[in-house]
Design a protein around this ligand. Structure first.
Ligand code: ADP
Ligand code: MG
Length: 262
């Protein structure tokens, strides 16, 4: 199996404060679906943003597709970042633009500055955007303003935009945290299906343990910046859950916010 992402002994210390990541090492295989779980403040967002160097790491190295992205700058870094799509809790759409325009933004990293600024997309990109919207059940909304959509619809646009980028890896930071349970299920199903079909690896930060268990090939558990679990969802015992969250699964399911919020 080919490795798409590798963290080797990565630590992160913000300007002031404790280590947000402590000597973290792991690999993600091409096409794999991996959830990152852990309580609030355990380092999930820091870990995800360290992948594409949106957050520069303090020590160690990050390898993407065989190249050390943590040493890359300028054009080389931009080229690597094209391989990484992102999905956000709050969708990050441009509210006043159409759904179609938002999806086409996935192509910006491949376009010359002037074509990008003027929104001169290729016909084949427009066709692909429409096909993706159809696949996601949003064809009828292609020319609606993004701000008119529901949360679940907005996240589907987020998925379409990320897939338009033709990434090898998708980073999703709490993609369902703002959604009701039925929209959350639709989004997790689509994320899984759309990435599996295209062989895109997926790293998903989740605070919903049940979703992580149901959808993932593998789960990485973080606690205070350290990996305390890295394995199959089916081997995640009650003891290990307590080790990650500092509380029992029963408490988690009851929504013990003091110990395990997002
Ligand atoms: P999670 O996503 O699991 O909630 P984060 O990665 O956001 O965790 O945070 C990990 C730790 O790093 C926390 O202790 C948090 O307070 C700290 N942290 C996050 N972002 C910053 C920042 N910009 N400056 C200083 N500390 C930060
Ligand atoms: Mg976070």
């Amino acid at each position: 199996m080919s490795v798409i992402l590798k963290f080797d002994d990565v630590s992160k210390q913000y300007a002031k404060g404790r280590l947000a990541l402590k000597a973290v090492s792991f690999e993600i295989n091409a096409g794999e679906f991996v959830s990152i779980i852990g309580p609030s403040g355990s380092g999930k967002t820091t870990l995800l943003r360290a992948v594409n160097q949106l957050i520069p790491i303090t020590s160690g190295s990050v390898w993407l597709d065989g190249e050390e992205i943590s040493r890359q700058k300028g054009a080389a870094l931009r080229k690597q970042r094209r391989k990484i799509g992102m999905i956000f809790q709050n969708y990050n759409l441009v509210a006043q633009l159409s759904v179609m325009q938002n999806v086409l933004h996935g192509r910006l990293g491949y376009m010359s500055g002037i074509n990008g600024v003027l929104g001169r997309y290729r016909e084949e990109d427009k066709r692909e955007a429409l096909t993706l919207l159809e696949e996601l059940g949003l064809k009828d909304f292609a020319y609606h303003r993004a701000s008119d959509l529901s949360g679940g619809q907005k996240q589907r646009v987020g998925i379409a935009r990320a897939i338009m980028q033709h990434p090898k890896l998708l980073l999703c930071d709490e993609p369902i945290a703002s959604l009701d349970p039925s929209s959350a299920k639709v989004i997790m199903d689509l994320l899984k299906e759309m990435t599996a079909k295209r062989g895109i690896a997926c790293m998903v930060n989740l605070h919903q343990l049940d979703a992580a268990i149901n959808y993932s090939d593998r789960i990485i558990g973080l606690c205070q910046g350290s990996i305390v679990y890295n394995g199959s969802p089916k081997d995640l015992t009650e003891n290990l859950i307590e080790r990650i969250y500092g509380t029992s699964r029963e408490n988690l399911m009851l929504g013990n916010k003091n110990e395990a919020g997002s």
